[in-house]
Design a protein around this ligand. Sequence first.
Ligand code: HAM
Length: 425
Amino acid sequence: MTKTSSFTAPKGIPDYVPPASAEFVAVRDALVRSARSAGYGHVELPIFEDTALFARGVGESTDVVSKEMYTFADRGDRSVTLRPEGTAGVMRAVIEHGLDRGQLPVKLYYAGPFFRYERPQAGRYRQLQQVGVEAVGVDDPALDAEVVAIADAGFRSVGLTGFRLEITSLGDDTCRPQYRELLQEFLFQLPLDEETRRRAELNPLRVLDDKRPEVRELTVGAPLMIDHLSESAKAHFEQVLGHLDALGVPYTVNPRMVRGLDYYTKTTFEFVHDGLGAQSGIGGGGRYDGLMAQLGGQPLSGIGFGLGVDRTVLALQAEGKTAGDPARVDVFGVPLGDAAKQRLVVLAAQLRAAGIRVDLAYGGRGVKGAMKAADRSGAKYALVLGDRDLAEGEIGLKDLAGGEQRQIPIDTAVAAVSAALAQDR
Ligand code: HAM
């Protein structure tokens, strides 16, 4: 490939161009379809918001807020941040538009880019794409199971199979503070280095997620949240698992799971794919029962997920699968002469109006070049029109895979092409 410009995409940000972009679109649409199948309505939110929203919502001590935000002052000297995730913005919008005062749960989905200034590597981007859902205002284990199940179904609907679901409970405000103290007591006895000790003070749960073997070894016997749940958090978690069993959604309980965002309570989960190397999380989510109140709204519960579209595309590739239709069009028009071109331009518009995707050979290419373009477009049929056909009121309909071509009356072309395509389906 020749580079014609010294400009490149910003570091760590993927472009998706045809034909590979068809896969990206197919994955995103499939995940969205799964959310819509459970009644989630679309929400379209700003790409940037007040910095304080994320600081307060996601948590000052998280890596996302303390190290990874794209924060800048706008021309009015307001501190704004490119959204690093979707949940805080959705809560802000639910409160602002009073959706929490209507029918509960409020069920919303979103799809779009998020921004984190992370060190770029395979599967870790600075602009990442998610499909997410949030269900606000009802604390029902069946709703937790629904959220998990639509993520699972979404991944499966694109053909992904090599993933697993890890799930745990992070407790609630009646049991987590005590557990936090217990864990800190345990951690402070260990010969931890300075930085890890500081982390144990600030966010002890994160120490359990330390990947270094020496720290892992030290924390083998650490107390786990799951063994210290309150009665109600425990019952909630057991019911979620019961629903997942009934739904046939496979899972493993991972009591050491730690998520990178501070708002999680009770049910918390992650979808992990083993074909991706270090960046193996293809989606994650959980309950965040204190977040609304934290952002100045009513004390309503919530649960949701964010599924990584980029990583799902990579996971499909790792499984040797493709998604989406790489064909750009159904039909490709090949005009052989000026009058023929004029007629084909109109016929193309008529076919498009009938819901058929059509492209033409533009630029006065020879028949060979035009047929090559037709093949490359992925079209099933070419419509070949010469000036002589035109005089006879006919057009050639060529099956691009089989090679046969038949003449049909040009006035019936829309019906004939529709019928041919319908038969192929
Ligand atoms: P998260 O786990 O931070 O959760 O992100 C969700 C998913 O986004 C990850 O599992 C991963 O697939 C993808 N992702 C995150 N960072 C990157 C990156 N740098 N490059 C590529 N993909 C990435 C959240 O964002 C929560 N808001 C999810 C949620 C919604 N929880 C409750 N409601």
